[in-house]
Design a protein around this ligand. Structure first.
Ligand code: SF4
Length: 317
């Protein structure tokens, strides 16, 4: 696991400094040409600038996978962790440094397979952070293995005759977790919608779970082809408390009024199979957040060492 710190060389003392998108650019992204992750990175940089999040108070935590290289490509703090464990790391950061803005980036294998237990409990804990699931329906980094979100029948190197099982639906899972407070879906090929969704997620108080449909032109290029080529295969969920992007209304004719405070309707919208629904499915800003019940009092380094020593003494034999 690696931690990254690419803080910009800026006059950090200047209160009136206005951050530009370029202030958040880290190393040159090494994803394949045409990879949807490039679009997501741009939307995130746009979000950081729009929210004027200071790089030294922002941290991106990731697991393992193509998308998990995200922290390297941003000039913020970052923690490129181990497979499936981004959420426990982010939970620790959030609880011990409530002054930081925390983002989590995971792939579909990372989040919905090895990290599924952490995912469910993180949704329930509802800590204030933005959790992005970059879902390309395949393990890309390890060269095209079936993941839980691979559609049934889709061939891979591990199941060359096609995935045996119906795909797991991350929205339905998230909407089934007690205390989940924000569930949305967007697509990287609709950058205006992607940005607006991330902005809504960032402004939500609690854990914002955003599934981002992401094209992998190398290993699952056919996955979202119908929706990319024909916007009529997309349903745009619109509501004043959700995401409304007026300039997309002409392109995406299926504008569906959906109240994101209606959990039953959200579950119905998530189960639709004849089109891809994008938007905020559910939100409830009043849900309890774990950090409200478990405040970690600020302690000095010496106090922390003393506490650890006292704890270890309890187990001395
Ligand atoms: Fe992106 Fe796929 Fe290349 Fe990974 S293998 S970087 S997901 S295009």
């Amino acid at each position: 696991m690696t931690t990254t710190c690419h803080l910009p060389v800026l006059d950090m003392g200047a209160d009136d400094y206005v951050y530009e998108m370029t202030d958040y650019e880290g190393a040159r992204a090494r994803w394949c040409p045409g990879c949807g992750d490039h679009s997501i990175l741009t939307a995130v940089q746009r979000l950081l600038a729009a929210e004027q999040l200071t790089p030294e108070n922002t941290v991106f935590v990731s697991g393992i996978g193509c998308s998990s290289r995200f922290p390297h490509y941003l000039k913020t703090y970052g923690f490129h962790g181990i497979h499936g464990r981004a959420l426990p790391v982010a939970t620790g950061v959030r609880l011990n440094r409530p002054d930081l803005t925390v983002f989590v980036v995971m792939g579909d294998g990372d989040c919905t397979s090895i990290g599924a237990g952490h995912w469910i409990h993180a949704l329930r804990y509802n800590l204030d952070m933005v959790v992005m699931l970059l879902d390309n329906g395949i393990y890309g980094l390890t060269k095209q293995q079936t993941s839980p979100t691979t559609p049934q029948g889709f061939p891979s190197n591990t199941q060359p005759r096609g995935s045996w099982l119906p795909a797991l639906n991350p929205l339905q899972v998230a909407l089934g977790v007690t205390n989940a407070s924000f569930v949305a879906q967007t697509a990287e090929w609709a950058p205006a919608h992607l940005y607006a969704t991330l902005r809504a997620a960032r402004q939500h108080r609690g854990l914002s779970f955003v599934r981002i449909l992401q094209r992998c032109p190398v290993y699952s290029s056919a996955l979202f082809l119908k929706a990319v080529q024909n916007p009529d295969n997309i349903g745009m969920l619109v509501h004043d408390d959700g995401v409304v992007v007026p300039e997309l209304a002409r392109l995406y004719a299926n504008q569906i009024a959906h109240d994101p405070h209606d959990l039953d309707a959200a579950r119905r919208m998530a189960g639709v199979t004849d089109r891809l629904n994008l938007g905020v499915f559910y939100r409830d800003d009043s849900r309890p957040r774990y950090e409200e019940t478990r405040r970690v009092p600020p302690r000095t380094a010496a106090e922390r060492v003393a506490l650890i020593e006292a704890e270890l003494d309890r187990y001395a034999v």
